[in-house]
Design a protein around this ligand. Structure first.
Ligand code: SF4
Length: 211
């Protein structure tokens, strides 16, 4: 019987001496899954090293891939505005993604987001676990279904459980809400406005819990 090939992950690349700069440097050369071939660069997490809250999205987008920074594209700008409305200073937070390279497919001249698969998420998980171990946030907020299911299990439904504080081994509390990019994809202005308000309401709950 042929031996099953061990799945490759980034685990052996994580440095023994953990610090955010050493992690970022090590992740820059990561080849633990094939996504490094698609993306321009590794987009590592960014923010305060002892942040009380860590936001985790799915993966970097087109602008993030080009700049090397998370949450700086259109969804990142919406995120910044929503944080401000909720009274949360982004400089006091840490933002990252479950997958650190941009997965995309061509559509004409554009690069269109493609959802990472379970193997890519598993390969990248050691980076996320190391970030959580270092930052030790009080609350982790999963943004969107991919991040929420990676953290809370494949049965988790953001539509049913959004905005609730859930106990977790990852941090004292985990909350899930939508990814800001889903608000940008709303079919009309009225829905977009409504979804934005609901997102800000989730963040306001978080702001109260952080006080
Ligand atoms: S997506 Fe993650 S595991 Fe895959 S190459 Fe990039 S950093 Fe490594």
């Amino acid at each position: 019987m042929p031996r099953r090939k061990t799945e490759s992950t980034a685990a052996e690349l994580v440095p023994e001496q953990l610090s955010l700069p050493s992690l970022k440097d090590a992740a820059a050369d990561c080849r633990a899954c094939d996504l490094w071939k698609k993306g321009t660069q590794t987009v590592f997490g960014d923010g305060r090293s002892r942040a009380k809250v860590m936001f985790i999205g799915e993966q970097p987008g087109n602008e993030e891939d080009l700049t090397g920074k998370p949450f700086v594209g259109p969804a990142g700008r919406l995120f910044d505005n929503a944080l401000e409305e909720a009274g949360i200073d982004r400089k006091q937070t840490y933002v990252t993604n479950v997958v650190k390279h941009f997965k995309w497919e061509p559509r004409g001249k554009r690069r269109i987001h493609k959802k990472p698969n379970a193997q890519e998420i598993a390969a990248c998980r050691p980076w996320l676990e190391a970030e959580i171990a270092l930052v030790k946030p009080k609350v982790i907020v999963a943004l969107g279904a991919t991040a929420a299911q990676a953290l809370l299990g494949p049965q988790f439904r953001v539509t049913k459980e959004r905005g609730k504080f859930l106990e977790s081994t990852l941090a004292p509390y985990v909350m899930a809400t939508v990814h800001p990019s889903s608000i940008l994809r709303a079919p009309d202005d009225e829905t977009r406005h409504l979804e934005h308000r609901r997102f800000v309401d989730d963040l306001k709950k978080l702001a109260r819990a952080l006080k």
